[in-house]
Design a protein around this ligand. Structure first.
Ligand code: KG4
Ligand code: ZN
Length: 359
């Protein structure tokens, strides 16, 4: 093994086509990270259409790799290893990425490493902040929602997760049913600033059940019923009703995530930090609540920069490096896996949202 390794990461498991170049020498340096989103392609359908996503990935992967290599100031000949998301995700997209990576690895004669997308998210605090094991990670996005205790690059214990919708998905659906634009998260957060979080007593699902599992689908339905009630009573929605509904919904998500985080941290005295990742981590109200929970437990709270929290290939390059360092090498028989739970001992989570399998 050379002292200096330049790794190309490739990600295409959902609706972002991404490539990144990471250099590891004494430390790790992210040389480039490019992402091409597909929101516009799926907008009209109210969710990601797997076939459209797969085609777009197949068309854009070459371009993203070229851009990542250019922006890193290297040539393909200087790439020492290829790390690629091999699951979980929408199978057509994962296949596009895996095939592209195999072609590159074979053509360049360099090792190939298949990476679990969720491991990419979960290991990001090590790339951004050099965090040591063990730590607690909360993944919250449009497609994921789970608590993971991370003990090593391939040692994950899932403490709980959503049994239906992911929180971002619920934010998006709430925005839609209030006639607000997509993606819903930032818009609902903005509207909630003018709203009364106590006006509508929405449910806090699964708080009455032990453990860290969560549910957000009933909460979204409760918002729908409240909206319909208001429309029946007053003939429509006022601006203030929308703001109050957004604030009440956000408060319910906050309470659920905070209480479940408290439970996930309980009894764990050896953690180096409580980290959060995923698009929903951008929400200031939720973040503040999670930060309070971490500080009450006496651990630092960490949220990587947003562009490394949402889907990207830098996290795949990093997770690939951790796996490579541990000796992992994949061959041309590397499979694309639609489902791939990080924690091999926990049963698969049920439910799959707009962004496919949550594993
Ligand atoms: O991680 P991400 O970019 O993609 C995946 O889902 O994989 O997360 C996107 C999700 C969307 O559902 C979006 O509405 C949500 O994150 N989101 C937010 C906020 N910003 C983005 N949810 C709540 N508050 C926000 N400020
Ligand atoms: Zn993701």
């Amino acid at each position: 093994m050379t002292d200096r390794l330049t790794i190309l990461g490739i990600e295409s498991s959902c609706d972002d086509t991404a490539a990144a170049v990471l250099r590891v020498e004494d430390g790790a340096e992210l040389l480039s990270s490019v992402v091409s989103g597909q929101t516009d392609l799926h907008e009209a359908y109210g969710g990601v259409v797997p076939e459209i996503a797969a085609r777009a990935h197949a068309e854009r992967l070459d371009l993203m790799v070229e851009q990542a290599v250019d922006q890193a100031g290297v040539t393909l000949a200087e790439i020492d290893a290829i790390a690629v998301t091999a699951g979980p995700g929408l199978i057509g997209g994962v296949l596009s990425g895996v095939m592209c990576a195999k072609g590159l690895a074979m053509g360049l004669g360099v090792p190939l490493v298949g990476v679990n997308h969720l491991a990419g998210h979960a290991l990001t605090p090590r790339l951004t902040d050099g965090v040591d094991f063990p730590y607690l990670m909360l993944l919250v996005s449009g497609g994921h929602c789970q608590f993971l205790r991370v003990d090593g690059p391939d040692e994950f214990t899932r403490l709980g997760g959503t049994i239906d919708d992911a929180p971002g998905e619920a934010f998006d659906k709430v925005a839609k049913l209030l006639g607000l634009p997509q993606p819903g998260g930032p818009v609902v957060e903005q509207a909630a600033l003018q709203g009364d979080p106590k006006r509508f007593p929405l449910p806090r699902p699964l708080l009455d059940r032990d453990g860290c599992d969560m549910s957000f689908s009933g909460l979204k339905t409760a918002v729908l019923r409240t909206r319909d009630g208001l429309v029946t009573d007053q003939g429509g929605l006022h601006e203030q009703d929308r703001a109050d509904l957004c604030a009440s919904f956000q408060a319910a998500v906050r309470d659920v995530l905070a209480e479940k985080s408290r439970r996930a941290l309980a009894g764990q005295s050896d953690l180096t930090c409580f980290a959060v990742s995923g698009g929903v981590a951008a929400n200031q109200t939720l973040r503040a609540a999670l930060e309070d929970v971490a500080s009450a437990h006496g651990v630092p709270f960490l949220a990587p920069p947003l562009k490394l929290c949402t889907d990207n290939a830098a996290m795949i390059a990093w997770a690939g490096w951790e796996a490579y360092r541990a000796g992992q090498r994949d061959g041309m028989d590397l499979s694309a896996r639609p489902r791939w739970p990080l924690d091999r001992t926990s049963p698969a989570l049920i439910g799959s949202g707009k962004k496919g399998a949550k594993a």
